[in-house]
Design a protein around this ligand. Structure first.
Ligand code: PLP
Length: 404
């Protein structure tokens, strides 16, 4: 053997590669599921290997292969302990809420018996099992806050963030743990319950007269500058994407292997595009194009909390390389929420309902062949009682505050 395995954390780079360089390297590693051994001396890798080391960090493997000289070694990723940190603690006992968050990953992957049929098995990844926002956004709040702390050597004292609720709650959790203050800017169109949820967690809440969160980014950035606050900015901060590559996407890989799935497609909604871009990037490369990526957006003029249309602009969507982008109306999304609640006993959120409705449309079109399909469920239905109530009562499916 002409290589040695060393902990990734024991290796350093002589320079910081760009994210694009690291993603290029990572796409090769994922496609080959193999990596060329790094060249280093005294724990510092050579300049040419800086991006490869960064790619291994991004992927989250524990070990890196280091060359001992001689012929070039290509090492299978399985040798690098790729899923080392994806194990809930024995007995599920945790030394605090932060430990609970990261220690419970992977979030559950659950077969949806009502949607599965012969040859096609459908699975839901339940992001509501995250403790702070009961949503996929705990990963982002955690990555943004801990990333800032790592870079600056201390927590921020005041954070301003534009959010459609979930990132706000996730950051409120981080604020409680790290002792900072949070001002959450939410659009007027979001359900009323969000004010109470965010305030209960200690955040100051500001309603802005917009219908999409993304429309308030400039204003929030300016206010943060004026008040000396930190704007972590989930819409543009690459740590959003990076957290989903390292965890959400790698978890799906791990779970698919554990369950022996023949993964053929992954379906999910898009807001910042963080989670579906990461999942698309990871699984398109890993499967060499075998896995289809399907993104769901609200139909023109429709409002579905958490997701929006591609043309409203999202930083990472190009990495997702979606095979299809499917339009779903709010009514279709809520109908799917009710169908899943009544057939599976799981009350999912509106964007999860949208992803389910998108999946059903493609299924009915005959797009899917035999194999396993995963729908990402970003959160559960508890935040959306207002919309569900209006729908059940035969209204427009809107909350009292909703602009429609
Ligand atoms: N679904 C819900 C409920 C959300 O809150 C969000 C984002 O805020 C999304 C979906 C979209 O996720 P992403 O921002 O990773 O595209």
């Amino acid at each position: 053997m002409n290589y040695l395995l060393k902990p990734v954390d024991a290796l350093r780079s002589p320079r910081s590669p760009t994210l694009e360089e690291a993603l290029n390297e990572l796409s090769l590693i994922l496609r080959d599921w193999g990596v060329r051994a790094l060249h280093e001396s005294s724990g510092v890798v050579v300049e040419e290997d800086a991006a490869r080391l960064e790619a291994l960090r991004l992927l989250g493997v524990r070990l890196a292969p280091v060359s001992l000289g001689g012929a070039e070694a290509v090492v299978e990723v399985d040798e690098l302990d790729p899923y080392w940190d994806l194990n809930p603690r024995p007995g599920r006992v945790y030394q605090g809420a932060l430990d609970l968050l990261t220690g419970e990953w992977p979030t559950p992957l659950v077969k949806l018996r009502s949607l599965s049929r012969s040859g096609i098995r459908v699975w839901a990844k339940l992001e509501s099992f995250n403790p702070f926002s009961w949503s996929v956004k705990d990963r982002v709040g955690w990555a943004l806050a801990t990333g800032y702390i790592m870079e600056e050597g201390r927590p921020p004292s005041l954070v301003y963030e534009a959010t459609s609720t979930n990132t706000g709650m996730a950051l409120a959790g981080m604020a409680a743990i790290y002792g900072f203050k949070l001002k959450a800017f939410i659009p007027a169109s979001i359900q009323r319950a969000s004010d109470t949820l965010l305030a209960a967690m200690g955040a100051e809440v500001v309603r802005l007269p917009y219908s999409l969160t993304v429309e308030s980014l400039d204003l929030v950035r300016r206010e943060a500058e004026r008040d000396g606050a930190v704007n972590l900015d989930q819409f543009n901060n690459d740590r959003n994407l990076m957290a989903h590559i390292r965890y959400t996407a790698r978890e799906i890989d791990y779970q698919a292997r554990m369950a022996g799935l023949r993964l053929k497609g992954i379906i999910g909604g898009i807001g910042t595009s963080g989670h579906m871009a990461a999942i698309g990037f990871y699984h398109k490369n890993r499967s060499r194009g075998e896995v289809g990526i399907y993104c769901v957006q609200p139909a023109p003029g429709e409002k579905i909390p958490g997701i929006r249309r591609v043309e409203t602009g999202m930083k990472w969507i190009g990495l997702a390389r979606p095979d299809r982008v499917i339009d779903v109306t709010r009514r279709e999304a809520i109908d799917a929420v009710l169908a899943i609640a009544r057939r599976e006993g799981l009350l999912i959120g509106l964007s999860s309902g949208a992803a389910t409705a998108g999946f059903i449309k493609l299924l009915e079109e005959g797009v899917f062949g035999e194999g396993d399909y995963i729908i990402v469920y970003p959160d559960n239905g508890l935040k959306y009682v207002e919309q569900i109530k209006a729908h059940l009562e035969g209204g427009r499916g809107g909350g009292l505050h909703d602009q429609g």
